[in-house]
Design a protein. Structure first.
Length: 95
């Protein structure tokens, strides 16, 4: 299993969620199996998105896509220092 972690600061959570939902069909076509948006408990502008992918190749393609770059811009990112990382699962723990 592969995952994409997107970490960035935003200025408007509702706008960011809308952009995320509007991009769902494209992500699914690319091999995305679903995802979550996380917000830091002590900093509501600090948001992380974790997306699950069918393959590492599809995750990498998405992570480097122009569409992702544009979606982050439209989602009210405060800074251009968004971090995007592709991970491969190596161990799943039951607890």
């Amino acid at each position: 299993m592969a995952y994409v972690l997107i970490e960035h600061e935003i200025s408007n959570l509702e706008m960011m969620k809308q952009v995320y939902m509007d991009d769902a069909e494209r992500r699914q076509r690319m091999g995305c199996l679903g995802g979550h948006i996380w917000q830091a408990a002590d900093d509501p502008d600090n948001v992380s998105v974790v997306l699950e992918w069918d393959t590492v190749e599809n995750a990498r393609e998405f992570a480097g896509s122009f569409e992702l770059e544009q979606a982050m811009h439209w989602s009210s990112a405060k800074t251009p220092t968004t971090r995007v990382t592709v991970f491969e699962e190596v161990l799943e723990s039951p607890h």
